[in-house]
Design a binder for this molecule. Structure first.
Ligand code: NAD
Length: 298
């Protein structure tokens, strides 16, 4: 039996997108935020993400620029495109879809993006700003997770024990930085962590970002904890089809948790909504105007 509150990422993302759209409309006549998404090669999953990003960007009233480059594009060609987007005043956010084809140094490409336009928050300058408390563009997935936590914990996260499982640059590490900034006591655990189940059981807030289906069992969850499942794993069903599941055993965890995100329909939708929010933030900073204070209309 599930007692936990199910955190509806779809509904929350809709609220966030409506807020962004209201901000874009309030900025009319001052600036029109623009997002450029670059896709190299023809990875089908990446193509779907890019299409969704462009659709959502336009739906929010922003300008969307899609750049598709063939798989055999060299690093120099990609760097030249990034350079031209850095200089283009109608582009306020640049996102290079990962993974990049072999032979292209991703870290080099990410470093070439103007940090002011780095809406993915992966540039070392933004990473440093995030950890030192300077104004940063925070990576979209962790930013989305924080918005979900704010919904469940309206009085804040001060003093809570947070455990993040997974230490990637995209999710785990920036998630830990954002939780720390909200005064959590943070444990960043990973594949070499000893007694991982015991570590997880200490968590008031448990964030799973591993990429291993149902690795986190219900018995690892502290009663009443808030569980954020970032994992997206495609598994084969008995009928021979496929479906998406998270890193957490949802049924087992929902029986003990206080609140939990489902997969799909949890963190996933929040990621693109956070990208739109980052683009507005970036555009306002570049234009030297304050971000409009708006109320989302649903
Ligand atoms: P990654 O492969 O870069 O990192 C995985 C991390 O998990 C590593 O730090 C590793 O140390 C840790 N890990 C691996 N095995 C472990 C184990 N047995 N015990 C403990 N830790 C272990 O992955 P990522 O890019 O951080 O993504 C993680 C998951 O989140 C994936 O399923 C990915 O698809 C998903 N994801 C979802 C979104 C979203 O929008 N919802 C965004 C990004 C990633």
């Amino acid at each position: 039996m599930s007692n936990a509150r199910i955190i509806d990422g779809k509904a929350l993302a809709a609220v966030l997108r409506a807020r962004v759209a209201a901000q874009v409309s309030a900025l009319q006549g001052t600036i029109r935020p623009g997002l450029a998404v670059v896709l190299v090669g023809d990875d089908p999953a990446s193509a779907v993400y890019v299409r969704n990003k462009n659709r959502e960007t336009e739906a929010a009233g922003m300008a969307s620029f899609e750049h598709r480059l063939p798989a055999d594009t060299g690093e120099a060609g990609l760097l030249a495109l990034v350079d031209s987007l850095n200089r283009d005043p109608s582009v306020h956010g640049i996102l290079v879809q990962l993974p990049l084809p072999e032979g292209i140094d991703s870290a080099r490409v990410l470093r070439a993006i103007d940090p002011a336009k780095d809406v993915d928050g992966f540039h070392p300058e933004n990473v440093g700003a995030l950890w030192t408390g300077a104004p940063a563009l925070a990576p979209c997935t962790p930013r989305g997770c924080m918005a979900m936590l704010a919904e469940v914990h309206p009085d804040g996260l001060r003093g809570k024990r947070a455990v993040v499982v997974g230490r990637s640059n995209i999710v785990g590490k920036p998630m830990a930085a954002l939780l720390l900034a909200q005064h959590c006591t943070v444990t960043l655990s990973h594949s070499r962590t000893q007694n991982l189940s015991g570590v997880c059981r200490e968590a008031d807030i448990l964030v799973a970002a591993v990429g291993r289906p149902r690795m986190i069992e219900g018995s690892w969850v502290r009663p009443g904890a808030t569980v954020i499942d970032v994992g997206i794993n495609r598994v084969t069903t008995e009928g021979g089809g496929t479906r998406l599941i998270g890193d957490v055993d949802f049924a087992g965890a929902a029986a003990v948790a206080g609140a939990i995100t489902p997969v799909p329909g949890g963190v996933g939708p929040m990621t693109i909504a956070s990208l739109l929010a980052n683009t507005v933030t970036a555009a306002c900073r570049q234009a030297g105007v304050a971000e409009p204070e708006v109320r989302a209309q649903q």
